[in-house]
Design a protein. Structure first.
Length: 351
């Protein structure tokens, strides 16, 4: 339906007029049109209104009664255009275009669902004309879910409402879930569920997200392997609500402590800390800027204010700075090889 909304928005007033041509008389009456004037002959001419929008000469050639009906239609179509533009913007549907063009997302066109938007408008207007379309859409979607779940090569993730549907399909005998499908989907469900616990990126431009995806391709591979490993301990089907409790236990027992360890390691190996650590090993190389004063080991302590001020001032020997940078880079490289670094980088380590 959102795809249809985007199409209407892109087509402007012509798109809104074309949509109105799909609506029944009850809906058109609800939005303020005098449907007593819309005879079958006039309705058959409605597509010509789209041409009339862009061709003044053509509009002038239309019969007077048709011109009058056009003048009635046009303001209503303008309101439709504004409503659907707002729907497209507010729904975030336009954001789907970037991942689709990048090959990350594919929308499946279900048979018999090309009039969902018109059906939604009719239903909102109190008409029953759209009920059959909605029913056909639900049946087409159900058939698609069954096809995916019966394909053992797929990894399927269901939202809670879809889980209830799948449970009913299994109970009724319409769907037979194989062990292979459950096994592959369990890992996908677990991996996506862990990512879903992290803060979202509501303000990030999609180009930056694509760059981040490229940057984290290696950690993502290791993360997926970790999700497969952890999923082996699950006893619940990914198509049962109970899997959420098992996933919660895994997060508490394994994932959260691992993320904290990564945070501790990355914090402990920050540049300032590494400079302090290296300075303690060779304190005489830290000289206060312009004073020539050597700082003794006993004065250093653990990241004292003096060391921090010295580091900030840049009065650090090249050897100490080089060793500190190498140590920090080595620690970062080791962390990036951790199987859950992908989660860390998306979540607490994002800043």
């Amino acid at each position: 339906m959102l795809s249809e909304v985007a199409t209407v928005r892109d087509a402007g007033l012509a798109g809104a007029m074309s949509l109105m041509n799909q609506l029944d008389d009850a809906t058109l009456s609800e939005v303020g049109l005098d449907t007593s004037r819309i005879t079958p002959e006039i309705r058959a001419m409605l597509p010509t209104f789209v041409q009339a929008l862009e061709d003044d000469a053509f509009r002038a050639m239309m019969p007077p009664e048709v011109q009058g009906l056009y003048e009635t239609f046009a303001p209503v179509a303008t309101e439709f255009e504004q409503v659907f533009t707002a729907m497209d913007t507010d729904s975030g549907a336009s954001e789907l275009r970037r991942p689709m063009s990048a090959g990350l997302l594919r929308l499946v066109e279900l048979p018999g669902t090309d009039a969902t938007l018109a059906a939604a408008v009719q239903t909102a207007a109190g008409s029953t004309a759209g009920f059959d379309t909605f029913g056909s859409a639900v049946l087409a979607w159900t058939d698609q879910v069954i096809r995916l779940l019966e394909d053992e090569s797929q990894r399927v993730i269901l939202d809670p409402a879809a889980v209830e549907l799948v449970t009913s399909l299994v109970d009724s005998g319409r769907l037979n879930l194989s062990a292979a499908t459950a096994e592959r989907s369990r890992a996908a469900h677990l991996g996506a569920g862990f990512i879903g616990r992290l803060p979202a990126f509501p303000e990030a431009p999609f180009d930056e997200l694509l760059d981040l995806r490229t940057e984290l391709s290696g950690p993502l591979t290791r993360y997926r392997a970790a999700a497969v490993r952890m999923s082996k301990s699950l006893t619940t089907s990914p198509f049962e609500q109970a899997i959420r409790a098992e996933a919660d236990d895994l997060w508490t027992a394994e994932v959260a402590p691992a993320l904290q360890d990564l945070e501790d390691a990355m914090t402990d190996h920050g540049l300032v800390r590494e400079l302090g650590r290296q300075a303690n090993e060779d304190a005489r190389q830290i000289v206060m800027s312009g004073s020539g004063l050597l700082i003794g080991l006993e004065q250093l302590g653990h990241l004292s204010a003096t060391i921090s001020a010295t580091v900030t001032a840049g009065a650090v020997g090249a050897g100490i700075a080089g060793r500190a940078i190498n140590q920090r880079n080595a620690a970062a490289a080791a962390a990036q090889r951790a199987e859950l670094y992908y989660l860390y980088r998306l979540g607490p380590g994002r800043a």
